[in-house]
Design a protein around this ligand. Sequence first.
Ligand SMILES: C[S@@+](CC[C@H](N)C(=O)[O-])C[C@H]1O[C@@H](n2cnc3c(N)ncnc32)[C@H](O)[C@@H]1O
Length: 329
Amino acid sequence: MARHDEKRLFSPDDVLSPEELTADAKGALLPGEVERDRDLDAARMWISKDDGLLVRGVKPHSAEKSTLVSRGIDTVSSAMIGKSFAAKYGVQYLELYSGPGRLLDESTGKEQLGSPLRALGVRKPFTHYAFSDFSPECVAALSARVGKRDNVDVIRGDANDLGHLDRIGQILNPRALVIAYVDPARPQDLHWSTIEHLATQFKFIDLIINLPVNSLMRAILGAHHGGGHRPGIAGRFLRHDAPIELIRPSAGRPNTRATIDAIRRHYDEQLMSLGFKKPARRTVNFPTDNPYYDILLVSRHDRGLELWDKTNPVPTDPQLSLLPEESAP
Ligand SMILES: C[S@@+](CC[C@H](N)C(=O)[O-])C[C@H]1O[C@@H](n2cnc3c(N)ncnc32)[C@H](O)[C@@H]1O
């Protein structure tokens, strides 16, 4: 089992000041709405106005991430369901960080569907869905929202526990085409071994991975300045024994763009070493012009990448920008 007692290094609170966060929430939430708790990754958790269950507080960039991801998922299921191998083995959907199924944009007070409910709402539904989260509260809320359905499993477990991944392997068909969305909120929540295990477990898997480039850079620098010598959280995420080497031009003079490009290049290489093509990537900026995280589409087949590129072409929305050609790895 992965440890959950590690010191929290970075979170959205590092990007927005406590005053900004509080102002957002105060401005957006109506009296009677109660901040309930914080979840594992320190996001605010609220009670939904609509169904009285848990919702996860998010910043506006989450809605954009969600649109990008759900459009891609809808395109893949539409293209694949109905093909002969789908009838034989299935086109299945997996989330390892599923959350409670509803999100609350804390800047507007508006609730929106979380990624599991969006995946369930695609035009051509997947043949089977497996949703998993470490938090029992998230699992309870999502289970209640999904209800009882023959083709859906909602289970609790640590995404970095290989035994848990094996249990998921028994729920899903290892010969199916599997689309797995891996959406950790923080670098410490995902280990490279999880990606490696999924890639071995499922021969026909496409991954959608949230690569938190900014937090990874800060985790590397934080560990370095704190005197850390081991690979640490970022090294474990990126499969790098000495991630400080990714800081460009040097640890003493870090340049954000150059360092983030080095992190991207390294992670792409790790994925390609598992037999995947070079991933397609869209960057979510937060605040404007600041690369916050990348959403990667990782596939062993050109077709998967083509579908993604067709669905998510160069965005007109300035918050979602394609990586510029000159900085592409
Ligand atoms: C960014 S949220 C997921 C949001 C969801 N993708 C959506 O858009 O609705 C991350 C989730 O990961 C869960 N989590 C954190 N560490 C985990 C771990 N090691 N294994 C499984 N879930 C974890 C948290 O409880 C949280 O619900």
